[in-house]
Write a protein that binds this ligand. Sequence first.
Ligand SMILES: O=C(O)[C@@H](CO)OP(=O)(O)O
Length: 249
Amino acid sequence: MYHVILVRHGESEYNRRNLFTGWTDVSLTERGIHEAREAGHLIREAGYTFDMAFSSVLKRSIQTMHYILDELDLLWIPEQKAWKLNERHYGALQGLSKTETAEKYGEEQLHLWRRSLTVKPPLLQTDDPRNPQFEERYKNINPQDLPLGESLQDTVYRVGDFWHHRIVPLIRKKERILISAHGNTLRALIKYMEDIDEKSLTELNIPTGIPLVYELDDQVRPIRRFYLGEPEHIERKSAEVANQGNVTE
Ligand SMILES: O=C(O)[C@@H](CO)OP(=O)(O)O
C-alpha cells in the first residue's frame, strides 16, 4: 500500500478578505502561517515523512510547503513547483468580493460559479493585465495551454494529467510525496481519483491547512482518505469555506 498527503495552503490575504483568488499571487496571513505550521506538526505527530514535495507556482502554496517541511526538518528534500497544480483560474471574478458578488448576482449564481463542475466564470479579455500570458513565470508554457478562466472540469483535466504523468510514476517508485496546493485543485484531484458524483463534489469543501491522507493500493488507486486532526475543528473549517459569500448568516 502507498500513501500521499495533500494540503490546501493556509489562509491567504484574499481568503481573509473573502475575495475570489484563482491565480492571483497573494501571501499567507499570520493565521495562514500558523495553520501551515500546525499542518506540519500534525503530519509529524502522525509519523509520516516525505522524499519529495510538490507545490503550485503560487506563493501561498509554496510558503505552506516550506512551513510544513520546516516543521518536519525536511527543507532539504527535492521540491517541484508546477503551474498545473495552480488554483482553478477564476477568470474575471478574480479580485471580486464573494459577498458583493452574491448581492449582485444572487447566492445561487455565486454557488454555481464556485461549486458546479462545468460552469465557467466570466473569462478574462485577452488584453486584460491579469492574462497569465503576460507573466514572466509562465513564459515557458505554450500560451494555448494558459487559461483565461476555468470550470472545475477544466481543472480536473490539467490536475489529472499532472497526477497521472508526474506523481503516479514516483509513487510507484515508493517515493513518499507531499502536495501543497489549493481548494479547487484538491477538489479536482479527488474528482479525478474517485470520480465522485456531482452532488457530493458540490458539497466538498476543503479546509485550509489540514493534511488529507490518501491511502492507495498497488495500482495507485485510492483505498480511503482521511484528514489528520480533530474532527469538530475540521468540520468547522470546512463550513467556513462553504459559507463564504453568504449574504445572511
Ligand atoms: O477564490 C478562490 O480561488 C477559491 C479558493 O480560495 O475560492 P472558492 O472556495 O470560492 O472556490
